[in-house]
Design a binder for this molecule. Sequence first.
Ligand SMILES: [Mn+2]
Length: 378
Amino acid sequence: MESKHEGRKQRAEAPRPVPGLPAGVQPFEHLRSTVERLRGTWDGRPPLLLTHRSPDPDALGALVGLHALLRGAFGMESEIATGGRIFRAENLTMVRELGLSFLEYADIDPEHYGGAFLVDSQPGFGHTPLPEGLDLVGVFDHHEPPTDGAASPPSVPHYDLRLGIGATSSILYEYLRDAGVELDPVTATALSCGVRFDTADLSMHVTELDTEAYYGAFRRADRRMLQRIRRPVLPASYYRELHRCLARARRLGPLVFGFLGRISNPESVAEMADFFLRMEGCRWTLVGGAHGETYHLSVRTELDFGDAYPLLEAVLDGEGSFGGRGPVAGGQVSLAGADAGELQRLERRLRGRTRRLVPADELAGADPANGTRLTRLP
Ligand SMILES: [Mn+2]
């Protein structure tokens, strides 16, 4: 079957330097010498651990892993600060079950810390504001570096960027292993959640290290806690939103899409996009909804259908920003300062472009203007 988006190939990008550790150096040894060199200048002040906004399980796992590493390997207590509310029920449950508590960005006093570490993100990423007046000592990440403003690697003493590794939690697992730090149940559970989430239970983006981390962390994890995180208690509002989403969603050949208007939880769009992809015969999904001053969009594709991001690129057609990795893509359009009618107009534009991505011969009897309500599907 031919799909319209197959002609859209990823733009070739000029090769750019990838920041990383010096060749041949053992990561933990490099971290040890960096910490030993710098901690004398910290006057006993602790390091602050940071990640991207609204941390996901991999970011949380890496934070907990780094906290345990600094304590176990260097006898150093650290503090963690996070920004952006966490909405996804699994992630909230993970924080609660693991007994984690974080500082808010607004409460950070840079004078109080010797330096900062950043996990599962890099300086220059839009979703990662860094507090001013605090030097980055280390970065641990597995994402492609930002394409703009990063012509040369940033000058961070310990910059461990490993493209291709499935999860930052796996990278921290390696440090803990090499440092000989025994995994306590909380750290093991956190790392296990992180590797599981970013590799979809070792089904994608998997390396040897991810596999070792997945089983190694799981062996020492609290299994009951893992199960509670996997099947979290859901608030009543979740079911209200699910109902609205089911009522608004439409099927158009291989596509299930829904534009939800205002939503109470910005994670709903990703959850529903995942949920619809499981429908028999569905090859790709797109869900959008407005939360606060931002319109959120998620696209999911079946693996053999092609990447998600060219589809989202076509739907956005230059509006907003977006990113993607394989079968997953997400985007945002700002509604800041927009009048009351703009949300409806935006959804109308998005809906029009979305419909045009489905070739006429794939409509399978659906009304090409509106699609078919899920309740009316044969
Ligand atoms: Mn990650």
